[in-house]
Ligand binder design. Structure first.
Ligand code: PLP
Length: 419
């Protein structure tokens, strides 16, 4: 019999609403260890994590090379004095300059995706001297004030208003609406090259290029938020590379950058976009993150190894091959059970399963959980479950998981019309 006192303590000391949700879903054993694409609960049950820890686990859980690098660095230097320069953030910044598109070059390190976007928004204002931001409905850029202000769902925004003024939200993927919103008052346009929390939405071809042109015509900065879509998941290191020749002024990255071992984020900008650092080097800093000399040696050392692994093990190529396999299987299930899955979309190993109604999505997720497959809603579109598993997932595990998804869909189909 599982000891469920942790559930009471979760409710008492952290978050009663979340404790209630676990209880409702029948999650009564906590996660205690993980490896590769699998997590294990305290009863020894094995789950396949098709949500990849919300997109963090591109390398899988506890990739041996990343663990070894973290341990080695821990014996030398974890956090710096911040009085002398440190080398690990410099090495990571060089790697980021190599793998990011266009002339992206200077990195500001931080501890989360929201912080990376906060930096990009502030830097865009510093560079342009303007106030207005353009973003999109359904966008998710984080939950700190600035990042939340440019996000696209009122549910998370309303309790905290007033947020940043002067944010123009336009429908995602609509080139005309985007063009119309950009004028000489705009500091930056911020876009996810594939919307994640909005429901795994791939924009039409030419959308990112049109955003680039609109920004260039009006002297505005372009920010690509690759926090979920980046690091090899879609078949390129960054999803914006699907439109060749389009590069932003700032690119934000996090989640997988810390290799699934440590929290780490970065805002990478061009030398021109970050030219203000010449005269104001301490304009935006944080103790554990970056600014001034760089970032934390422990996290950035692991970040270096994370990029080396991605390159040496061809993560983009793996994501394409395995993504095609997963997609094919999901599409077959969608054909068989259209009352449960109405569409499968995405790129590489960033796939979304759209259900005809919210209730069907909830049912499918719960059926998957009972079969020990972890899948996630997208935060801004509850009809869409996402499949963003670790890229290291094996083809055998994908085949096995497709069997479990089919069984879950068959079960959900029995009641789908009543939901
Ligand atoms: N941007 C995107 C596209 C995201 O998907 C997320 C998180 O899911 C964030 C920003 C925020 O990152 P964090 O939760 O680390 O603040």
């Amino acid at each position: 019999m599982a000891d469920e006192s942790w559930l009471r303590d979760l409710a008492t000391y952290i978050n009663p609403g979340i404790a209630r949700a676990y209880s409702f879903l029948g999650v009564l054993s906590p996660e205690v260890r993980a490896e590769g694409a699998f997590v294990y609960d305290s009863e020894g049950n094995r789950y396949t994590d098709m949500g990849g820890g919300y997109g963090v686990m591109v390398h899988g859980y506890l990739h041996p090379r990343l663990v070894a690098r973290a341990k080695a660095q821990l014996d030398k230097l974890a956090l710096p004095s911040r009085s002398l320069p440190v080398l690990e953030p410099i090495a990571l910044a060089k790697r980021l300059a190599e793998i990011t598109p266009g002339a992206l070059q200077l990195s500001f390190f931080c501890n989360s995706g929201a912080e990376a976007n906060e930096a990009a928004l502030k830097f865009a204002r510093a560079r342009t001297g303007r106030k207005v931001f353009v973003s999109t409905h359904g966008a998710f850029h984080g939950k700190t004030f600035g990042a939340l202000s440019v996000s696209g769902r009122d549910l998370y925004k309303d309790p905290f208003r007033p947020l940043l003024p002067d944010v123009r939200l336009v429908p995602y993927g609509d080139i005309d609406a985007l063009r119309a919103a950009v004028d000489d008052e705009v500091a930056a346009v911020i876009l996810e090259p594939i919307q994640g929390e909005g429901g795994i939405i791939v924009p039409p071809d030419g959308y990112l290029a049109a955003a680039r042109t609109a920004c260039d015509e009006h002297g505005a900065m372009l920010i690509f938020d690759e926090i979920q879509s980046g690091m090899g998941r879609t078949g390129h290191f960054f999803a914006c590379e699907h439109e060749s020749g389009v590069a932003p002024d700032f690119l934000t990255v996090s989640k997988a950058l810390g290799g699934g071992i440590l929290p780490l984020g970065a805002c990478v900008g061009t030398a021109d976009a970050m030219g203000f650092l010449d005269s104001m080097p301490l304009i935006h800093t944080s103790t554990f993150g970056g600014g001034g000399g760089g970032g934390a040696p422990l996290a950035t050392a692991v970040g270096c190894e994370a990029i080396d692994v991605m390159r040496e093990e061809d993560f983009p190529g793996q994501a394409l091959r395995k993504g095609a396999l997963l997609r094919q299987g999901l599409e077959a299930i969608a054909q068989e059970f259209p009352q449960v899955i109405s569409e499968v979309r995405g790129r590489g190993l960033m796939l979304g399963i759209e259900c005809p109604r919210e209730g069907v999505g909830g049912m499918l997720m719960s059926e998957l959980l009972h079969r020990h497959v972890l899948a996630l809603w997208t935060l801004n579109n509850e009809r869409v479950l996402r499949m963003i598993p670790p890229i290291v997932i094996s083809e055998d595990t994908i085949a096995e998981t497709l069997g479990q998804i089919r069984a879950a869909a068959a079960e959900a189909a029995l009641v789908a019309d009543d939901l």
